[in-house]
Design a protein. Structure first.
Length: 75
């Protein structure tokens, strides 16, 4: 496999930079509208696969947690 290099202009006028940012915003919005749910699912699957540790055990916590002022909890 060979590496390809894409060159971008490193100096733009203010108007050119603003146009590029507007275009990227529009592109991002269009891609998110079309693929947003699939992208979210893909990220979750990658994250879930990364954090799976067979040495860890899931604990079920069902303790009642008292809610009140900090003075009630401390005193």
């Amino acid at each position: 496999m060979s590496m390809n290099t894409t060159r971008l202009t490193t100096y733009w006028t203010l108007a050119e930079a603003a146009t590029a940012i507007d275009f990227l915003d529009t592109l991002r919005d269009a891609l998110w509208e079309t693929y947003g749910e699939q992208i979210t699912t893909m990220h979750r699957e990658v994250y879930d696969a990364r954090i799976q540790d067979t040495n860890q055990r899931e604990l079920e916590f069902d303790d009642d947690i008292p809610f009140g002022s900090s003075a009630e909890l401390v005193g």
